[in-house]
Design a protein around this ligand. Structure first.
Ligand code: FAD
Ligand code: ZN
Length: 450
């Protein structure tokens, strides 16, 4: 990568200038850079694979900040087969970690469409979620220990990897999800899982979101932990994949506006998962939908189905300009929220095409809006602020969050000011002042201007 690649996000929405881009090769080198910056009043922007897309890993425009990218720190330091943990440097790419542990017979359950690019440190700094959150939790739940370079250059290290340790505050939790504003994560101990021995994956068409939520409840009751993914996909989002990726499998037209992609998995042997899934589906979705369902017969077909799901963001990009929302809601509020907000959006921007997909099981949706077909891009993007306000106001009114997965970065600082209550913001500022009193680490991110 040339320096400019560190200074512009892949989608081009955020860019910046830097005094230097540093690529340290060890924790000691990270600490030395931070000590220097601290002594000279220079701000540091920690950077991973730049897939967060909220401007969190971008420096400002002044050219005075230092970008510190961890990509050279990519070693697996240890794998403990008794505890089922791996200790890894923060710059290791997620897919590289997945492959390394698979080669040793283990499985790391964090799975994102960006796994070839994002780094473990970035995953931890954003508390990444992804496809397997239902069963394994966000990366916070997978983290057993951290090593962090603090704002004054000291190293705080807790890489013991204990499952239980109630000896005082659980400090690692402060750095997870802090988007690089409280410390620079340099290494982590992560929990591994046995590789599932049996899996089933089915895409089922559905008439509405309420049925999807109801189906999730039934599946959970009947199959519990075996439900590892439950993704809601609007038929429109799948149609975009068919249009822009003709080599990927297309779906039989059913006229139904929604689909769910359900993955079950189990580590041990037991009754056939696909049959168990069909038993739960039949009474809820009906014979016709079950007949139209697409079920993967083997690993290759599973990968192809997931590839369709993962291609949605790219397909939407190829379709033209879009306005994106990364929201979460209590599951019971999803259908009422969508029913309420869609007509409001059409009234505000006639012809807007909602491209909704995401992790319904976690209450998390990518509530994206594509421009009206044949419309003019600047005219559509001129609606951005009004449409974002409309969606986020309704999300918050329904008890949800405006930043479920990708974090706040620079993009949603305004939303933090608008929607977070005063006590929460005060506590966050006190923590920031306690750990980084001189604002060395990622200033201008997450917290709104006082
Ligand atoms: P970056 O984007 O480089 O940085 C993100 C933030 O973390 C910045 O604030 C940066 O300063 C900070 N940071 C980075 N490294 C460190 C470090 N070592 N120490 C301290 N701070 C650090 N996210 C999900 O949660 N679930 C998904 O399913 C998901 N799917 C995605 C699919 C696509 C196609 C894309 C493009 C993104 C997706 N994301 C998803 C968002 C993104 O991949 C995650 O937020 C990821 O965890 C970011 O990692 P990164 O290394 O790219 O971090
Ligand atoms: Zn997602």
């Amino acid at each position: 990568m040339g320096q400019s690649d560190y200074l512009r996000e892949p989608r081009g929405r955020f860019s910046g200038a830097a005094r230097a881009v540093v690529l340290p090769g060890s924790t000691a080198e990270v600490a030395a850079v931070v000590q220097y910056a601290h002594a000279h009043g220079i701000a540091i922007v920690p950077q991973g694979g730049q897939t967060g897309l909220c401007g969190g890993a971008m420096p400002d425009q002044t050219g005075r900040q230092i970008v510190l990218n961890l990509k050279r720190m990519r070693r697996i330091l240890a794998l403990d087969p008794v505890d089922g943990t791996v200790t890894v440097q923060a710059g290791c790419r997620l897919s590289a970690l997945q492959q390394a542990v698979a080669a040793r017979g283990w499985w790391f359950p964090l799975s994102l469409a960006s796994s070839d690019d994002c780094q473990i440190g970035g995953n931890l700094a954003t508390n990444a979620g992804g496809h397997n959150v239902l069963r394994y939790g966000n990366v916070r739940e997978l983290c057993r220990g951290l090593e962090v370079v603090l704002a004054d250059g000291r190293v705080w290290s807790d890489l013991k990897g204990l499952t239980k340790d109630n000896s005082g505050y659980d400090l690692k939790q402060l750095f997870i999800g802090a988007e690089g504003t409280l410390g620079i994560i340099t290494a982590a101990v992560l929990r591994l899982a046995p590789r599932p021995a049996q899996q089933a994956l089915t895409l089922v068409p559905l008439p509405d979101v309420a049925t999807a939520v109801q189906l999730f409840g039934h599946l959970n009751a009947a199959l519990g932990e075996a439900v590892t993914a439950f993704e809601l996909l609007s038929t429109f989002s799948l149609d975009l994949v068919t249009r822009h990726f003709p080599d990927l499998p297309a779906f039989p037209r059913t006229g139904r506006p929604w689909c769910v992609l359900i993955e079950l998995s189990r580590t041990g042997a037991g009754a056939d998962l696909a049959a168990a899934l069909a038993d739960v589906l039949a009474p809820v979705v009906g014979a016709e939908a079950l007949h139209a369902a697409v079920t993967a017969a083997d690993r290759r077909q599973m990968d192809r189905l997931w590839a369709v799901r993962n291609a949605i963001p790219d397909a939407q990009r190829r379709e033209g300009p879009s306005i994106k929302h990364d929201i979460s809601l209590p599951r019971g509020r999803m259908a009422p929220f969508i029913a309420e907000v869609l007509p409001l959006l059409q009234a505000r921007c006639p012809g807007v095409r909602p491209c909704i997909f995401g992790h319904l099981g976690d209450g998390n949706l990518h509530f994206n809006l594509s421009a009206p077909s044949g419309g003019d891009a600047p005219a559509f993007l001129a609606h951005r602020e009004a449409l974002e306000r409309l969606v986020h106001d309704r999300v918050v009114a329904h008890g949800g969050s405006f930043a479920a997965e990708h974090g706040v970065g620079q993009l949603k600082r305004g939303e933090m000011a608008r929607y977070k209550d005063a006590v929460t913001l005060d506590l966050m500022r006190r923590i920031k002042r306690a750990l980084d009193p001189d604002a060395v680490l990622n200033p201008g991110k997450v917290l709104p201007e006082p």
